[in-house]
Write a protein that binds this ligand. Structure first.
Ligand code: N9Y
Ligand code: NI
Length: 185
């Protein structure tokens, strides 16, 4: 089971690597990694289990965050139109995206970052994505709102990108042209 001590923090070189494609059929190790990532996000959002194991709540977790440089992440976004309720993405890709952008009004955080970094993180408002599931089936989805934002945050982890790389440090709350704010509430 993944605990906070298993999550590597900023400064660890693995977070800056481009993660490797996963080959199929999945190895037992990769299968377990998928299950562990999903288990973490589900448990971390359960008040009782989160408290019991001291988990910081997260809606997504990418393999590089547990020091596995592989193109896998899990998302658990309750209500997000049920699109990413329990989603494991392997070798994920954005195949098209809107011109319109969005950003979380209150900024982003990251389980690998133990500090607040203020500022808008520009994301595509709508994306069409492809990924493989554990059996190697191609899953294609259209995402918007929080699921779209979270997918882009996780995909960035597979490419060695941190959310604050997107923040304009001289003007963190500068207007983003063509963007509509996403309100977390
Ligand atoms: C976990 C992150 C991923 C999200 C950050 C922004 C979009 C994806 C995560 C730190 C603590 C809070 C938590 C969070 C949330 C957001 C919106 C609505 C409800 C994966 N991570 N968090 N970051 N929760 N809850 O680093 O979930 O943002 O790579
Ligand atoms: Ni993150």
């Amino acid at each position: 089971m993944i605990l906070m001590n298993d999550i590597i923090r900023e400064g660890h070189p693995t977070l800056r690597l481009k993660a490797k494609e996963v080959s199929f059929p999945l190895s037992n190790e990769d299968r377990q990694l998928c299950d562990d990532l999903l288990e973490y996000v589900v448990n971390s959002q359960d008040d009782k289990l989160g408290e019991k194991y001291g988990l910081r709540s997260g809606i997504g977790l990418a393999a590089p965050q547990v020091n596995a440089s592989k193109r896998i992440f899990a998302l658990h976004i309750p209500d997000g139109e049920n699109l990413l309720e329990n989603f494991i993405a392997i070798n994920p890709k954005i195949i098209s995206h809107s011109v319109e952008k969005t950003y979380i009004e209150t900024g982003e955080g990251c389980l690998s970052v133990d500090r607040e970094v203020p500022g808008y993180v520009p994301r595509y408002a709508r994306i069409t994505v492809k990924a493989l599931d554990k059996e190697g089936n191609v899953i294609k989805k259209r995402l918007k709102g929080l699921p779209a934002i979270a997918f882009q945050h996780e995909l960035d982890h597979l490419n060695g990108i941190m959310f604050y790389d997107h923040i304009d440090e001289n003007a963190p709350y500068k207007d983003i042209p063509g963007a509509t704010a996403f309100d977390r509430e």
